[in-house]
Design a protein around this ligand. Structure first.
Ligand SMILES: [Zn+2]
Length: 416
């Protein structure tokens, strides 16, 4: 019995020992596993953050412009199209209203403030209009309205999004001034030089685009040659420093504010000489550079010397480029709309709707887009059918038209 008990004791002891070492072993495994998972997770986050940059630089640069103002612009366009839908429901036809947009600033971001003038339909009542517009609050979160009726004939509505006034609607019985001639639409295709196949597809659309080529890209020269053979308008897409530089984009030939004036001038001369047959220049990026008066003057002086026109791509509301160009007597215009600021089809369609309305109101519109396949598809579907209604022109045609209009001492077609 005694031996048995002893034996039992020994067994118990060994078991306890085993349990003790297991007790240490398990937390050790557990801790190592946690450590392993953490290391794996951290490195995954690190590499997944790095990976897109790598793929982009191998394939092609996908960041086209610095659309810092775009989210807000998209919201305004979205509200705009909701208003349009409501107008249709109320029986207000498209030729009974016009809109004008002015870029305003809000928290250092620019956004289009839209002024809409409506010829009041006879059967439309004030209360019906109010009910109809207020219903928009259910479709778009954050909308509020301010209604005023200064007279029986005149109604006013302010629409705000989270307190920011985006629209002013003016209803009156007066007939709107009718633009008799076809509105002019100039479209610039930016960021060319990466790919040749897209150039042919663009040419096949038979729209007189202005083609803007970036310098020093694999196909910059060849693109210019092809376009020249098709008598298309060629521009230099001059890379200028953006606010996010160098994180955002480092384009070959980019002009930087850190360059001493002489270095800048030399780089500019090289850039201008690198793409043949150019008739004009517009800026690629440039949200920082175009705000600098001194450096913009150096650039524009050279553009003027070479007899080129200038388009301010307006990548920032703070750009002084257009203003300086005009003052220096350089034929110039500025961008109204980026058709593909966002790459979703619905967003692009909304912008094309805005383009149509602005062209009708202002008589002309300057749009910029990029050689994305989605953009091409949307252009083919949405813009091609408009040839009867609008006149597509190159930028130089638009400028000549404006110069002629000015010479005939008519007021300028565009107040912008
Ligand atoms: Zn660009």
């Amino acid at each position: 019995m005694a031996t048995r008990q002893k034996k039992k004791k020994t067994v118990k002891k060994t078991r306890r020992k085993g349990a003790k070492s297991k007790g240490l072993f398990l937390p050790f495994i557990f801790l190592s596993a946690i450590l392993f998972i953490t290391v794996l997770g951290v490195s995954f986050i690190y590499f997944s953050k790095k990976a897109p940059h790598k793929t982009i630089s191998h394939k092609r640069v996908l960041i086209y412009e610095d659309f810092s103002q775009i989210p807000l612009e998209g919201i305004v366009f979205n509200i705009n199209s909701l208003i349009e839908q409501e107008f249709t429901k109320l029986g207000i036809k498209s030729n009974q209203w016009q809109e004008k947009s002015v870029y305003k600033k809000w928290q250092q971001k620019s956004y289009p403030f839209i002024e809409i003038q409506v010829k009041k339909p006879k059967n439309l009542t004030w209360s019906r209009l109010k009910t109809s517009l207020v219903s928009l609050a259910q479709k778009k979160e954050g909308l509020s309205f301010q209604f005023s009726s200064p007279s029986a004939n005149k109604w006013e509505v302010y629409i705000a999004w989270h307190g920011l006034i985006t629209h002013h609607l003016n209803f009156s019985p007066f007939v709107l001034p009718k633009i008799e001639k076809k509105p002019l639409v100039a479209i610039i295709i930016d960021d060319l030089g990466y790919d040749l196949s897209v150039v042919q597809q663009l040419l096949d659309l038979n729209i007189p685009f202005s083609y803007s080529i970036l310098p020093y890209l694999p196909y910059s020269q060849k693109t210019a040659e092809i376009l020249k053979n098709h008598h298309a308008e060629i521009m230099l897409h001059l890379p200028l420093e953006a606010n996010g530089h160098p994180r955002l984009n480092q384009q070959p030939g980019m002009l930087l504010l850190s360059m001493p004036p002489m270095v800048l001038k030399k780089q500019l001369e090289q850039d201008l000489g690198s793409v043949p047959y150019i008739k004009g220049v517009n800026n690629h990026m440039g949200s920082k550079f175009t705000q600098n008066k001194t450096y913009m003057e150096i650039v524009l002086k050279e553009i003027k010397k070479r007899g080129l026109f200038f388009v301010d791509s307006l990548t920032t509301n703070g750009s002084v480029a257009y203003q300086i160009a005009r003052r220096m007597g350089i034929p110039s215009v500025k961008r109204d709309i980026f058709i593909d600021a966002t790459l979703d089809v619905a967003g692009m369609k909304q912008r094309i709707e805005a383009l149509k309305r602005w062209a009708k109101s202002k008589g002309e519109v300057v749009a910029i887009c990029h050689p994305h396949l989605t953009t091409l598809m949307v252009i083919r579907e949405e813009l091609l059918p408009l040839t009867a209604e609008f006149r597509f022109v190159t930028v130089s045609e638009l400028i000549t038209h404006n110069q002629l209009a000015a010479r005939m001492s008519k007021p300028a077609t565009s107040p912008f």
